[in-house]
Design a protein around this ligand. Sequence first.
Ligand SMILES: C[S@@+](CC[C@H](N)C(=O)[O-])C[C@H]1O[C@@H](n2cnc3c(N)ncnc32)[C@H](O)[C@@H]1O
Length: 377
Amino acid sequence: MALKVVTIDDLPIGPGDVSGAAVSLVDTRGLGDYEACMGSLRTESSAPVLGYPSRRRFTLDVLIEEADRLALLRAEARRGLTRRPKELPPKWFYDERGSALFDAITSLPEYYLTRRERAILRVRAAEIAAITGARTLVELGAGTSDKTRLLIDALDAAGTLETFVPFDVCRPALEAAGAALLDEYPRLAVHAVVGDFDLHLGEIPHEGRTLMAFLGSTIGNFPVEARVRLLGELRDLLGAGGFFLVGTDLVKDRARLDAAYNDSRGITAAFNRNVLRVLNRDLDADFVEHRFEHLAAFDPEQELVDIRLRSRVEQTVRVAALDLDVRFAAGEEMRTEISTKFQREPLERELSASGFAPAGWWTDRAGDFALSLWRVG
Ligand SMILES: C[S@@+](CC[C@H](N)C(=O)[O-])C[C@H]1O[C@@H](n2cnc3c(N)ncnc32)[C@H](O)[C@@H]1O
């Protein structure tokens, strides 16, 4: 994949578009040697366009530089691999390969979540646009922003949307989506932000009436305390009058939930094991993927799908960058993700307690998935 640097030809130029010193189209702050989520991607200089009167239609802010990312990975891997039970945060699935695998998961027959959420958006996007009148659309954990186009279309048709702000830890996904969106929406400015939910929410730029979308039931990956903290941060970031749109997968029949995370083609298993590849590549570890089995099962008490890797054998894995030998007993399990399943009333209580007032609740016909809209009171 090659970085698309937006050229002057892509840009509307007109009176009032001269933007003083800041005329580069790609903000190259902190791009340096960022590789982990980039494959062979290299940032090209924005120099050819400097000096042109132009409107900045694409900006990329990199809030987590390569050195910081590696330091964070080292700290989180050490903590997770030395605690009992072992655990790794799900953000480390998402290098370029992991994002592509997740994208493949979204079209699996067993993985109903994306189809259901898209179906709701298709019917409700215009209503959401009318209620929110958003000038800025922020998307947390944006990935490809595929379904989000339904919202962008509706806000564009309503004539209110000016800027789309996709925020994600995976830079290649943001760059690919950003380039496509610029082509598809000639009036839209895209201000992409590479950052971490845990560190950078407060730095997300937004102006005017703002709708913040958190789709894909990604909120279900947060344990409850972290979720409540997140909601408080989002409320503060949005401020009074801001809107929050969240996609949540609902509690349902156990067999369907188990099937959604154990697809017959093994894509979810490959996605789960991708974290081992990331550790091998970035921390010079020697995990052997097939020595770990993918496990995912609905826990009805906690109402979450618990996703783990189980060591098939007793083994010791060397993580050279941490100078750490990690012993796994045969059958030992390491949690890599949770996917919480929600019910309406408890979710409403949680959001209300965090300062959000309900502004819309929509489900698909089967009642599998909910999209809900909230206004900061
Ligand atoms: C479950 S996917 C959802 C993608 C897309 N929004 C959808 O609805 O299909 C989660 C997304 O969140 C991003 N992500 C995961 N952990 C993150 C973190 N700690 N900070 C920022 N983004 C993160 C991933 O890169 C991925 O794009």
